[in-house]
Design a protein around this ligand. Sequence first.
Ligand SMILES: Nc1ncnc2c1ncn2[C@@H]1O[C@H](COP(=O)(O)OP(=O)(O)OP(=O)(O)O)[C@@H](O)[C@H]1O
Ligand SMILES: [Mg+2]
Length: 287
Amino acid sequence: MHTVAVLSLKGGVGKTTVALGIASAAMRRGIRTLVADLDPQGNATASLDPPYTDATLADVLENPHRSVLERAIAASVWSDDVEVLVGAEDLEALNEPGPDERRLASLSRALDELHDSPPRGKGYDLVILDCPPSLGRLTKSALVAADSALLVTEPTMYAVSGAQRALEAIEKIRDEHNQGLRAVGVLVNRLRPRSHEHQFRIAELRESFGALVMPTAIPDRLAIQQAQGACSPIHEWHSPGAQEIALTFNMVLAKILRSTRAGRHRIDADETETTGPIEAIRTDARG
Ligand SMILES: Nc1ncnc2c1ncn2[C@@H]1O[C@H](COP(=O)(O)OP(=O)(O)OP(=O)(O)O)[C@@H](O)[C@H]1O
Ligand SMILES: [Mg+2]
């Protein structure tokens, strides 16, 4: 079981979109996936549209026991292989800025339960943590529980400082709580390859973060919003824009799985993953 936290400290840059895109790529490969919705806004839960549960992630964080966890998990409308640890508005009350150590570890304890004895005997290969846009208890708990962290950013003026602060947060949690935590990369979302401004910002990100900036970016495409609105995985949305984005998410997933070798719980990663026509969507595309 590999656990990846998807974060940025800035709102609206595409964390949930990326979390869902990775889940969609995992579903396509038959990887059993749990999406944990740590955001009080509940956007990932809304898109995965599980049936009503009588417990949520808020209950799990308060009481990280197996019985509560099982009541807070439900199948998504996408597939039996993609399940949801349901988010709720109540999470907001738990998002205190400086939680004590014990409270920070409750998500990690709950996920360890899932690893040690999976519900209904079916374990997860991948757990995706969709974080809220802040660095309170919720995002910190995700970083304490994760094997890897994926930073999402838009190619805009504040991208470098936002990504820098997020990386510092990852380093702090690694030093203080979770030595196995790795930054898997900085993923640029909503790229318009013909925009000089976007290319400038990507060059800036590369200067600051080097190889950590992922070689492909997610382009700005209406298909993403359409697929989300229809509660459909992007891999099943049939438009050229959606297919291009699906290929990018395959690559992002492959990179996350490769980082598994250093994670707490290993799974077999397919290193021969095909990457598709990446030239069209490379972050250094000209035009
Ligand atoms: N590549 C893209 N192309 C087009 N629309 C996008 C793209 N990425 C995200 N969006 C849209 O932008 C909006 C914000 O995206 P999303 O909810 O994923 O961001 P977020 O970082 O999770 O936000 P929050 O901080 O509120 O949790 C959504 O309406 C989403 O559909
Ligand atoms: Mg979100």
